[in-house]
Design a protein around this ligand. Structure first.
Ligand code: NG1
Length: 486
């Protein structure tokens, strides 16, 4: 017999996943399985709580967040779910539904030693340590929890599985400590907390996971964090294609990402120092967005010319940067090339590509504004054109694409996508494509054949991540509710 509680739970899940009733059974089966494994693993602990945090796909605005410029992501219906109950003391015990991840346990405290780099438990540690550090949960009275964790977001694919894990962990820790939360504030706190894993990331992923709205994309601005929701179109779908190349944050991907962060930081320092000299007054800039034309009271053209003069169009060595800043190279290394965890980003042999990186960030920021307006007014061809321009800029100026992403984008455009671009940090991971609804069927079958069968078969020298079902790597996005207690 179906109880009232069952009906209520189904209705709640339907609201969370923004799906018709006939698409609910797989979600119900998954939650039931997770709850069962919680009871099998931990016995009867009284009432268990469910928290979830969705992944996201960024429609446009890549590598703009840590420069203080906006992004335009939407949540996806792939998420991380925690079934939790408070533990006796401050111990945190984690069982992952996927046995290959293994069990983890640690104590909630202000300073938690990380597991080895790339370990999934580090994302939980990041949230717990971060919330204690921020003073949200007191170290002395902190309660731990037991959890079964289940995830459906492909890892290392630019769909923000790591931030969803941080957000879900944060929510779990707050729930067992009886703390309510304000999503905007928590998004900022967890963005800072996630730097524990060694990425100098911006705040996009935690913000969209927490603030996401069913059926909508969000334009998110930073410093201070604010959002504007935009209705998604009915006449077109956003489709994700996974290149099956791991955009791993724990290895070279993380270093390449951090180098871009440093290049932007150096560009802001050089440009502001040169402007200060030119204008005869101190101009301070922590972020590239501090040097936006509107803040400098100068035209876009003037600012572009000034930036070109300040940065030069050729890559610069550390010594050249130091000379231009009038500082000692060791001081530049300490001030601009050192990450929050104390590690220093090495000077690239070809030099720091400041002008190229600057040009991407500033042009991408302008594209986000135009794209938000285009999406709001239903001008989908314009939106699609901006996605294509964004991809070219990510590839040519920011250099975060790779052969497989290029192949996927070309294939997508040949099978009905009007706009196609890499999404997330890049270096592998996924593309996002805008496809008129009448072409979605043709798009899915065409890309499946051309990339997942033919391209993969024709490139035996490459390492592609294996997948269980095509729906895990090629799927239409549906924006779900943001993270919270279910
Ligand atoms: P993903 O796609 O999750 O690796 C990273 C950063 C974002 C943003 C994008 C690029 C983290 C947690 N995420 O996202 O903040 O900078 O790259 O737009 O660092």
């Amino acid at each position: 017999m179906i109880s009232n509680a069952d009906v209520q739970f189904s209705e709640r899940l339907q609201a969370v996943y923004h799906c018709p009733a006939d698409e609910l059974p797989p979600h119900l089966i998954r939650y039931t399985r997770l709850i069962d494994s919680f009871h099998t693993r931990y016995g009867d602990t009284g009432t268990a709580t469910i928290v979830r945090a969705p992944g996201r796909v960024n429609l446009i605005g890549e590598h703009t967040d840590y420069n203080g410029y906006p992004v335009l992501p939407m949540t996806i219906d792939r998420d991380i779910v925690f079934i939790i109950a408070p533990s006796e003391g401050n111990e945190i015990n984690l069982t992952n539904e996927d046995p290959s991840f293994g069990e983890r346990s640690f104590t909630a405290s202000r300073t938690i030693t990380p597991y080895k780099q790339g370990d999934w438990g580090n994302y939980v540690k990041a949230a717990v340590q971060g919330l204690i550090h921020e003073g949200v949960v007191e170290e002395r009275s902190a309660k731990g929890f037991r959890a079964v964790v289940g995830g459906t977001i492909p890892g290392s694919a630019g769909l923000s599985s790591s931030s969803a894990l941080v957000v879900a962990s944060g929510l779990a820790f707050l729930a067992v400590n009886d703390k309510s939360f304000e999503p905007m504030l928590l998004a900022d706190q967890l963005a800072r907390a996630e730097r524990y894993v060694g990425m100098e990331g911006g705040g996009m992923d935690q913000a969209i996971s927490l603030l996401g709205v069913a059926g909508k994309a969000l334009k998110i601005n930073f410093y201070p964090l604010r959002q504007e929701s935009i209705q998604l179109p009915e006449s077109a779908a956003f489709v994700v294609c996974n290149s099956l190349v791991q955009a791993s944050k724990s290895e070279s991907g993380r270093d390449a990402y951090n180098l871009r962060v440093v290049e932007c930081r150096v560009a802001a320092a050089l440009f502001s120092s040169s402007l200060s000299k030119k204008l005869g007054k101190p101009i301070t800039a922590r972020l590239l967005s501090d040097l936006a034309p509107s803040l400098l009271h100068r035209t876009e053209r003037e600012v572009e010319q000034d930036a070109r003069m300040a940065l030069g169009t050729q890559p610069l060595s550390l010594l050249e940067i130091a000379l231009r800043l009038g500082e000692d190279p060791s001081e530049v290394r300490r001030r601009l090339c050192t990450l929050k965890d104390g590690s220093v980003v090495a000077e690239p042999p070809e030099g720091f590509k400041l002008w190229q990186r600057y040009r991407h960030v500033v042009s991408e920021a302008a594209r986000v504004e135009r794209a938000a307006a285009a999406l709001s007014s239903g001008a989908l061809d314009e939106f699609a054109a901006l996605m294509n321009e964004s991809h070219a800029s990510c590839r040519d100026d920011y250099e975060v694409s790779c052969d497989e992403l290029e192949a996927l984008v070309t294939i997508a455009r040949g099978h009905g996508a009007i706009g196609a671009r890499l999404t997330g940090a890049g270096f592998g991971g996924c593309t996002v494509n805008i496809v008129p609804v009448e072409h979605v069927g043709r798009f899915l079958s065409g890309v499946r054949r051309a990339y997942y069968e033919t391209y993969r078969r024709d490139h035996p020298e490459k390492i592609f991540v294996p997948f269980r079902s095509i729906d895990d790597v090629l799927f239409v996005c549906r924006a779900t509710k943001g993270a919270g207690v279910v």
